[in-house]
Ligand binder design. Structure first.
Ligand SMILES: [Zn+2]
Length: 481
């Protein structure tokens, strides 16, 4: 049970992950609950993390040549049903507006679950000739998917934030190339900013996006033994251009359908990053995502108070590029402040007291390993840079090692069953058929394929680990979110 009046987190991450996560988010002041179940308030501390991810990806997207735009939140039903497989994939989760004031609408309006249909309706009007191609638009927005599964802030909520990119090309090659390019940017955002290692791959036939020819994804594996999808990029082929009649006159004067893709990155990234790194004391935010990389805590004795505060403010000026906070609150002890900033996940704490000033040095404590170091004032800026880089790398390496140590290669169902029971990530030669995946899901109480890794396409043995039929790919399976 959560004790609301206690400052720190009262359960251990390994003992009760779900309660630990709930307390972490609230006590570190990241989210609050709203009156609508499954919808959360992102407070400034978590929105700042999103803005960092957003800035990184927005630059990548624009540098690649795509442009930002905005399409309406409401999608008329006749558009949503146009691509039948796509519609069927979303039907159970669509929230509808059926009336305004006291009058009923003549047509139901869907609250955007994703924007393929509304955007492609415009694309069909805008694209006439090969000169109009490629058309590559991105939008940063919110989407609503009325999930009935237990909601978990960031990981599964009824409304979330994301970017969705939608491109139309004259050729299949261009559409496929961009599909992979965007996946690589997403992988960079996870690995370089969130310090979360990912597996790049293709989704199985059963798990691909409804309406796509194929879906590329990045996936990771959390310390609690669950796999999770991080981001996706879909090659849509001509499924939507057929349904929406998006045709162009090519250089050879022939009328052709465009080739399309779509790609998305969501606030789920924040939840994955938090679950991956944070600990019993609270948040651990990788330095590359931290708004304030340093907190300076003065250790005050009354007769030297002014001198100490002056030293703190000098250090803060010197370290300005790391956006430091000086915690000079007078009604709290240094010990209280240490715990408070550990809970909030500031990467580095600097302690400055009279003894430190006498020695012309400061105490530097790194959040992820709790190590204490004495650093000379004159080399502080350079040292801090090194500590932050090392922390970013340490977090990535730890997560990578955890994934490696928990991945089991399986040759048959017996081995797979045992490993899944032990909460491992499994990897085996597989047939990628709907029936086989359904069978695995039923037998294992919910394990599903994560993805088929892009860098391991060649396999020697040719028997599916589950059904024994001829198989030519390798796939990851696990219990997952
Ligand atoms: Zn099989």
């Amino acid at each position: 049970m959560q004790k609301k009046d206690e400052k720190g987190i009262t359960v251990k991450k390994d003992d009760d992950l779900s309660e630990w996560y709930t307390q972490l988010l609230q006590k570190a002041d990241l989210i609050d609950y709203s009156d609508v179940s499954g919808c959360y308030i992102l407070k400034p501390r978590s929105y700042a993390i999103w803005e960092k991810l957003q800035a990184f990806l927005d630059k990548k997207i624009k540098d690649s040549g795509a442009k930002n735009s905005y399409f309406p939140l409401f999608i008329p039903e006749h558009l949503l049903v146009k691509e039948s497989k796509h519609f069927a994939g979303f039907t159970p989760e669509v929230a509808w507006v059926t009336e305004t004031g006291s009058s009923k609408l003549s047509e139901r309006l869907a609250i955007r679950p994703t924007s393929e249909t509304i955007m492609y309706n415009s694309y069909s009007k805008w694209i006439r000739s090969h000169k109009d191609l490629p058309l590559r638009l991105n939008q940063w927005c919110n989407v609503v998917r009325w999930e009935f599964k237990h909601s978990i802030p960031f990981l599964r909520s009824r409304e979330f934030l994301w970017q969705e990119g939608h491109s139309a090309f004259a050729t299949k090659q261009e559409a496929e190339k961009e599909c992979l390019e965007m996946l690589n940017y997403y992988a960079q955002a996870y690995e370089d900013l969130c310090a979360v290692p990912v597996i790049k791959g293709r989704k199985s036939k059963r798990e691909k996006f409804a309406g796509a020819e194929y879906t590329l994804s990045i996936e990771t594996f959390l310390p609690n033994g669950k796999g999770i999808q991080c981001a996706t990029s879909h090659y849509l082929g001509q499924n939507f251009s057929e349904a929406f009649n998006i045709r162009f006159i090519d250089k050879d004067d022939k009328t052709k359908l465009v080739h399309q893709n779509s790609w998305g990155f969501t606030t789920r990234s924040i939840g994955i990053m938090l679950m991956m790194h944070s600990d019993d004391k609270g948040l651990i935010i990788p330095p590359n995502l931290a708004e304030n990389k340093i907190v300076i805590v003065p250790i005050i004795i009354e007769q030297e108070k002014e001198k100490i505060l002056k030293a703190c403010s000098d250090v803060a000026k010197n370290l300005k590029e790391f956006n430091p906070i000086i915690d000079s609150r007078e009604d709290h002890t240094p010990g209280f402040k240490f715990n408070d900033w550990e809970l909030k996940g500031v990467p580095i704490r600097i302690e400055i007291g009279p003894k430190d000033i006498a020695k012309d040095s400061v105490v530097v404590v790194t959040r992820h390993d709790g190590k204490k170091n004495f650093i000379k004032m004159k080399s502080l800026k350079e040292e801090i840079k090194i500590y932050l880089e090392k922390m970013q790398q340490d977090l990535f390496d730890k997560a990578k090692k955890n994934i490696k140590n928990n991945t089991v290669i399986v040759n048959n169902w017996k081995e797979a069953e045992k490993a899944l029971k032990e909460k491992k990530l499994i990897k085996g030669i597989w047939c990628d058929t709907m029936n086989c995946e359904e069978d695995i899901k039923n037998k294992s109480e919910g394990a599903k394929s994560l993805n088929i890794p892009l860098d391991e396409l060649e396999v020697k043995s040719k028997k599916c680990f589950n059904c024994g039929k001829e198989a030519s790919i390798i796939c990851y399976f696990g219990k997952s979110y």
